[in-house]
Design a protein around this ligand. Structure first.
Ligand SMILES: Cc1cc2nc3c(=O)[nH]c(=O)nc-3n(C[C@H](O)[C@H](O)[C@H](O)COP(=O)(O)OP(=O)(O)OC[C@H]3O[C@@H](n4cnc5c(N)ncnc54)[C@H](O)[C@@H]3O)c2cc1C
Length: 310
């Protein structure tokens, strides 16, 4: 792993930095590039703006590894309210949640019951809830949560990471469920024993899993395939593979993050791709922001510019 990326991923897990850096105005200025604001209303305003441009969205409140059951209750209430607000605005806008934000570290059953509450509420709104995939410590438990949810709800989705060596097996074991899957490259620092270190290997695995998903998707109700990446050439290779399999480019979603490759998002939408943008918001943005910087260390220059900007 490149040293700058490794340093940023290390910083993302450092509590001392997480406490101090967000207090600085320059850091708060810099993060606005990837985040419309800290509140749900900021996120909804951004989602309405994107809707006007023909782009549907996903919302996620930033937060992870909560410390107690009261915090889990607050996050669950927040997301229930978000579902109501999304419904009231008539937005095509999913939710995406981190299991550790809903207490996975504390109590598996508490986390599952919060997820069931949210997925049930989303079903009533004809909406969908995705499980983010966090570091490899949580992969087994997240897949278990997804399987439990899918026993009662078809409107649950899961994220799988192409950098993980196990993902081909995980995907094969989930395919009989006709799962809703978001494929990503993987944002966490992982040991070489569990994850590919070489970017070329990650990209090759991504394409291979994308082909598997495209081959297997049978148009089951509620099944959404999301290719979440900003890698334009990879998206176009996947579209070509889809066409060779007799599938249209709008039979899957291309999902990108708010503020990253915005022009390309619009261009792909104009070309007939189903583009969806994930909007993150919230006060607890430090670890998530460090992971965004690690994805493109050149972004650190934007932070440096914010340091001198008035
Ligand atoms: C909708 C969505 C949901 C995600 N959910 C998860 C999840 O649940 N779990 C998880 O582990 N990861 C998740 N990720 C992050 C993902 O794993 C990657 O870390 C991230 O998408 C960067 O990889 P890439 O696929 O864009 O490809 P890369 O090869 O890293 O990047 C392709 C090109 O995109 C541009 N780019 C990529 N990232 C940035 C950036 N931060 N800033 C500026 N330009 C950039 C660069 O120009 C780069 O050349 C998600 C990503 C998206 C888009």
């Amino acid at each position: 792993m490149r040293p700058m990326r490794a340093a940023l991923l290390w910083a993302s897990t450092n509590p001392w930095l997480a406490n101090r850096l967000p207090r600085h105005a320059f850091a708060r200025r810099a993060v606005t590039r990837f985040m419309p604001g800290e509140t749900l209303e900021h996120a909804l305003t951004a989602a309405l703006r994107l809707r006007d441009q023909g782009i549907p969205t996903i919302l996620t409140q930033l937060g992870e590894n909560v410390a107690d059951a009261a915090a889990v209750g607050a996050v669950t209430d927040h997301y229930s309210h978000a579902l109501d607000r999304i419904g009231a605005e008539g937005l095509d806008c999913y939710l995406s949640v981190k299991p550790t934000h809903l207490g996975l570290d504390l109590d598996y059953d508490l986390c599952l019951s919060s997820l069931e509450q949210l997925t049930g509420a989303a079903a009533a709104h004809r909406n969908l809830v995705w499980l983010d995939m966090e570091s490899s410590t949580y992969t087994d438990a997240t897949i278990r949560l997804f399987r439990s949810l899918r026993a009662n709800y078809r409107n649950a989705g899961i994220c799988l990471q192409a950098n993980m060596r196990r993902t081909a097996d995980d995907l094969a074991s989930l395919l009989p469920l006709a799962p809703t899957v978001r494929l990503v490259k993987g944002a966490y620092a992982e040991a070489p024993a569990v994850a590919f270190a070489d970017k070329g290997d990650v990209d090759a695995a991504y394409f291979s899993h994308a082909e598997t998903l495209l081959r297997s998707a049978n148009g089951a109700t509620h099944q959404v395939i999301g290719f979440a990446t900003h890698d334009g050439p990879l998206i176009r290779r996947i579209a070509t593979a889809a066409e060779a399999l007799g599938r249209r480019r709008n039979s899957f979603e291309v999902q990108m993050l708010y503020g990253i490759r915005s022009r390309e998002q619009l261009q792909l939408a104009r070309e007939g791709f189903r583009v969806r943008v994930l909007i993150s918001y919230g006060e607890y943005w430090f670890p998530w922001y460090m992971r965004r910087l690690a994805e493109r260390p050149a972004n650190v220059w934007f932070v440096a510019r914010s340091l001198v900007a008035r």
